[in-house]
Write a protein that binds this ligand. Structure first.
Ligand code: APR
Length: 245
């Protein structure tokens, strides 16, 4: 028997689901959102801990704040929403684009996670952005330096800093068959502008326990549920649809 002319296709013809997640994604894992209650983030004003000016003024306080966030993250676990997104890979090509600096998507098993605002468990050189160091839960202290001898800082995007990962994120959103927006107020730019890159034919779903006021453009289905409840429901529906196709 000849196999001439027989071609094995290596093209991934699964549909693409793109998830844009924000702080609400991790709320049920015990990590606080930014803008929900008192206008403070874990008791701090954003401009005291998450700006280049704060770093210039009081680097020790900034390091202490992020060291505490990192300790808190080490104790947190992915919730049912994170776990459902990992399960969705059984039937779809899933890309997670997150504004969160936690690693709960990765720990739940998602294989493609882009961090728009950096990662809490990574330190970065203050003279060379390419020098990154995984912390494995350790603290950054004043005097901890990179290979070029300069102070290390958290690898997070502060207010007023650019978001280099946007260039990578935009084409991913353009390729979405389904865009799932979860747990974000869509108030912080440029991340919020990503939803505008979705094709008009893409299915667009918003999952959040609160109404979206006027931040959502037309064409979004709204699921007024928390991430740990709304995502598993949607994932079950999406997986069932694929099996029926
Ligand atoms: N499940 C889903 N959504 C939730 C939940 C939940 N359990 N709890 C709260 N939310 C929603 C809130 O109603 C709100 O719309 O999550 C959203 C959280 O919004 P923000 O606190 O503004 O967080 P986010 O949009 O991620 O902020 C963007 O701003 O502070 C900076 O860099 C930081 O990445 C962050 C960015």
């Amino acid at each position: 028997m000849s196999t001439a002319g027989f071609m094995v296709s290596t093209v991934d013809d699964r549909k693409s689901v793109v998830v844009l997640s924000g702080a609400g994604m991790s709320a049920e894992s015990g990590l606080k959102t930014f803008r929900d209650s008192d206008g403070l983030w874990e008791g701090h004003k954003v401009e005291d801990v998450a700006t280049p000016e704060a770093w210039q003024r009081n680097p020790e306080a900034v390091l202490r704040f992020y060291n505490e966030r990192r300790r808190q993250l080490m104790r947190a676990e992915p919730n049912d929403g994170h776990l459902a997104l990992a399960r969705l890979e059984e039937g779809y090509e899933v890309s997670v684009i997150t504004q969160n600096v936690d690693d709960l998507h990765e720990r739940a098993g998602s294989s493609s996670v882009l961090h728009l605002h950096g990662e809490l468990d990574v330190a970065r050189s203050t003279v060379d952005d390419r020098l990154l160091y995984r912390l494995h839960g350790k603290e950054i202290r004043l005097g901890d330096v990179c290979d070029k001898g300069s102070q290390l800082r958290p690898h997070v995007v502060w207010f007023g800093e650019s978001v280099p990962a946007m260039e990578v994120a935009e084409p991913i959103v353009r390729g979405a068959d389904v865009l799932m927006v979860v747990g974000t107020s869509l108030l912080v730019y440029p991340a919020a502008s990503l939803i505008d890159f979705a094709e008009s034919a893409a299915r667009k779903v918003w999952i959040s326990p609160k109404e979206s006021a006027d931040v959502l453009p037309l064409g979004f289905e709204k699921v007024l549920k928390t991430a740990a409840i709304g995502i598993p429901d949607l994932v079950s529906d999406l997986l069932a649809e694929e099996k029926l196709d």
